[in-house]
Ligand binder design. Structure first.
Ligand code: TNX
Length: 500
């Protein structure tokens, strides 16, 4: 009997301790944050979430304040009132270095977030958001300090809305994910052989005719300039800059179909709904081509507040090389004339343009052209590591595999500065992960290619390479996938995340 009582007491203690442990707040450095911050320091104690009653931000009615208020109401049932010295305080501190550097101090009485810029405060808020979303016990937060900053100033993703059209709301949903993972550029591939997606008022048939088609023969679509500006503003609230791309002189069948005069023979080629590339070219010799390019760049620059316009320039197999160089040399100054910095795929690196431009590396390895201009910034999108449209493996439902398969580990285990050692590494400003859309046409199909890989690219772009390790990342990304599934995302189910 005595023994029985003893064991009941022992079991009771065991249950009590397990219960305590499971409700005790996990330490700050045990949270599955992605991208992993530069430093996380634990302190004793916890902050009860309900003690957050008031919020302060540099501007009372900013988008930041609205996002915080709405999020905390939905996720934690808190109704924060704005106050100049709130319990949750976001403040600008010009003594801090680096434009996106931020510090978060969680104390038992409140939270202090500081950065030299509004952008830094927004990135910090994404970290806090993740702490709340990933908490085991959502009633409190562990105390401690986080200080953080990005490795790269350019952390981009690209969406091809030309092969298949994606609606404004589909793109906004994509932007929401980019924001949560601290991306700061969204490159929109707005034109290709299969469709032209942005209204150009001086050349209306680009969209009334060129916007109607897409891969597979289904109906495409296009953004009015107003739609596009709405998207730009939505991204800009989240400190994401939109980079519009008009791909030239190749990848132009939709424009050539809409305006026969842009063809050397004056005849419109048929609509293209397949996925072959490299057969179309604007007519390099005709003056009307340059009028067309000028109008397109001018209208695009007018509705694009960001610094860059991407002029494409890839895979121009239908344009003789000397003509290609002549064309690129003559259009890059137009971008500059309309107040923007040109960006181009790596083929444009052979241009004689002497101004500043950004080159986007994409080839498998070393397609460094002769006559290279060093010193211009490079964005890394190596196709065999960074292309989200590559299949994970031979069984993948969507995607292509011309650059090989990219499983979740391969997508994570590379570094922009070591993947192509022959490049001038100091010129590399970051990475961009493109999502070409030959094989996908809506959010659901897109999610399969995006997740989990997008999350890994976010970490490569932000977190220092010495702080990144696959085994630890694997555990963290699993938590994110659990959360994403509660948001309706069906990610690709990677066997690599199950293996020990
Ligand atoms: C190559 S990469 C392309 C695109 C295709 C993509 C498909 C590059 C600059 N051009 O036109 O959509 O492959 O993976």
């Amino acid at each position: 009997m005595k023994n029985k009582i003893q064991s009941v007491i022992l079991v009771g203690f065991a249950i009590f301790f397990t219960a305590c442990n499971s409700t005790s707040t996990k330490k700050l450095d045990q949270y599955a944050l992605i991208p992993l911050p530069e430093t996380v320091t634990n302190q004793q104690g916890a902050l009860p979430i309900t003690s957050l009653q008031t919020l302060s931000t540099p501007q009372e009615n900013s988008y930041l304040a609205q996002e915080i208020t709405a999020f905390l109401q939905t996720e934690a049932n808190l109704r924060l009132a704005w106050k100049s010295q709130g319990d949750l305080r976001f403040s600008l501190d010009k003594s801090l270095k680096g434009s996106e550097y931020y510090e978060i101090k969680i104390q038992t009485t409140g939270i202090d977030v500081r950065s030299a810029s509004d952008e830094g405060l927004y990135r910090a808020w994404q970290t806090l958001k993740q702490l709340i979303l990933l908490a085991d016990d959502a009633t409190k937060l562990p105390t401690g300090l986080i200080s953080d900053q990005p490795t790269y100033s350019y952390r981009g993703a690209m969406l091809d809305v030309a092969r298949h059209f994606f609606s404004i709301s589909e793109v906004k949903r994509f932007i929401d994910f980019l924001a949560l993972y601290k991306f700061n550029y969204l490159h929109l591939h707005l034109s290709d052989d299969q469709g032209w997606r942005i209204e150009i008022k001086s050349w209306p048939q680009l969209t009334t005719i060129g916007g109607q088609s897409e891969v597979g023969g289904t109906t495409g679509g296009f953004y009015s300039q107003k739609d596009y500006q709405d998207l730009v503003a939505y991204a800009s609230d989240r400190y994401i800059t939109i980079i519009p791309e008009i791909d030239m002189p190749g990848h132009t069948n939709a424009a050539l179909n809409a305006y026969p005069e842009l063809n050397c023979d004056g005849k419109a080629p048929p609509v293209h709904t397949g996925i072959e590339v490299g057969f179309s070219s604007l007519c390099i010799e005709k003056p009307v081509t340059y009028q067309f390019v000028d109008d397109v760049i001018r209208e695009l620059a007018d509705i694009t507040p960001g610094p860059y316009i991407h002029i494409g320039g890839d895979e121009t197999h239908a344009t003789p090389n000397d003509q290609f160089i002549a064309f690129i040399d003559s259009i890059l100054p137009k971008v500059e004339r309309y107040g923007k910095t040109p960006m181009g795929w790596f083929e444009t690196r052979a241009s004689n343009y002497t101004g500043k431009m950004v080159h986007q590396y994409w080839a498998n390895e070393g397609n460094e052209p002769q006559n290279v201009k060093k010193g211009n910034p490079i964005v890394m999108s190596p196709s065999s590591f960074a292309y989200m449209d590559m299949q994970y493996d031979s069984l993948s439902k969507f995607g292509l595999h011309w650059a090989g398969y990219i499983n979740v580990r391969k997508a994570y285990d590379w570094d922009p500065k070591s993947v192509v050692p022959s490049l001038p590494l100091d010129d590399i400003i970051g990475l961009e992960t493109p999502l070409w859309s030959e094989t996908i046409s809506d959010n659901k199909e897109m999610d399969y290619l995006l997740f989990p890989r997008l999350i890994g690219y976010a970490e490569i772009a932000w977190t220092r390479s010495e702080n990144r390790a696959w085994e630890a990342y694997k555990k963290r990304v699993t938590k994110h996938l659990d959360w994403l599934q509660t948001q309706g995302v069906i990610p690709y189910d990677s066997p690599l995340l199950k293996a020990n």
